[in-house]
Design a protein around this ligand. Sequence first.
Ligand SMILES: [Mn+2]
Length: 486
Amino acid sequence: MTSSFDAAPFIERRQRFAEAIGDGVAIIPGAQEAARNSDVNHEFRQGSDFFFLTGFGEPDAVAVINPSHAKERYVLFVRPRDREMEIWNGRRAGVDGAVSAYGADAAYPIAELDDRLRAYVIDRPAIYYRLGNAAFDRRVIALVEQGRLARGRGIPAPARIEDPGPILNELRLRRSPAELARHRRACEISRDAHAEAMRYAGPGLHEYEVQAALEYVFRVNGSPRNGYPSIVASGPNACILHYTENDRRMNDGDLLLIDAGCEYGYHSADITRTFPVNGRFTTPQREIYELVLRSQLAALAVAQPGASYEAIHEAARRALTEGLVALGVLPRGVEDSLAMHHYREFYIHGTGHWLGMDVHDVGDYRIRGASRPLEPGMVFTIEPGLYFDPERETATYHLREYREDEMWERRLRLGVVAAKKLEEDEKAKAPKIEHPIPPAFRGIGVRIEDDILVTATGVEVLTAGTPKTVEDVERVCAEAPRLPRR
Ligand SMILES: [Mn+2]
């Protein structure tokens, strides 16, 4: 059943992981089924760290990586073969398949995990295990407690639990050529789906109808699932950043913001486009759209190997600020508005994130406090936006300069509640200006997002070709949909 499984990339990844943990032993659980109701589960998706190391897609599995073991350096604990359960719920590789098809040195039924772990951890100074899964944590803590008893009797056993996250995160952060091929395909499929959504949408349709057309293109091209729930947000819904109800009937004159990406080969795309439901931008819609586009292109222009991650955000917010000042939205000049972060009234999220097996992928953004330089093989998004709440007529601008990175750091150090209290106190002391939000912009929400690969010499936009200029968007919106409408 798994004759097409290519073990080579997983062997290489386990090798690199094993080198990093040395004489420790790693316990990496896969994802578990989550009940939706009675005997129906939520859609299952394997955990990314587990899949990264094993390529094994079944629920209720655990990998043990034990580099200094004489024979069993890589062990899989899996659901055993069971004819009746397999008739109900699907095929299982079983213990034999875990060895023959997936390359484990040994495999055992999952029920034997706790007993066998006791033996595996003897003589190991550390257990590499990511705390945070309450049910599984108890089992690992029990191992450490048993270790304490064993050490009292002179048997060497692990005294500490180490987080394998930092090691795995770094391994996952840079794409290999084979990983890149799958990531590229996820981006291409998502590009085509967004273009079809532009053709398909129209006044009178519901957001979920456009979602259906978009996700049809995902599925029919071999994507088994989305990278995240599709955001199909028309009119004022675009101002809700993670809107997923997708049930509004769209009106003539609305914008439609779609943030959606498919998963392909366990890699996720992440594209946002915003376009007019009737195919033509109004003048205010176009002004905001072109401003967000200028910001996105400005951010893209500074992205290159060696550039700091923060420089991208800096370029995006400067371009947004320049545009907002020019449009009369912000009360002060560009430099004051930047230093006081007045753009945050309309742009509260970051300019991007790492992208990989997970849509908000793993990896540190700062190293010892400094923004991380981009390196070849990294993939990230650039996604500035502007959101004008339909209900909001004026904004209050505090004349207070501050550094955004210090604000975030303070929230981490003090906790959000205490840090926000300090922010409120500082705001209360600062002079402030009330300034009207131009009525023409109220209710407009625009975000434009592409996926960017850092190469040896620059960057490559993996989602290039997704219509983005006003001209391209309007041209594709005017094309006949390729899929039938209701
Ligand atoms: Mn994103």
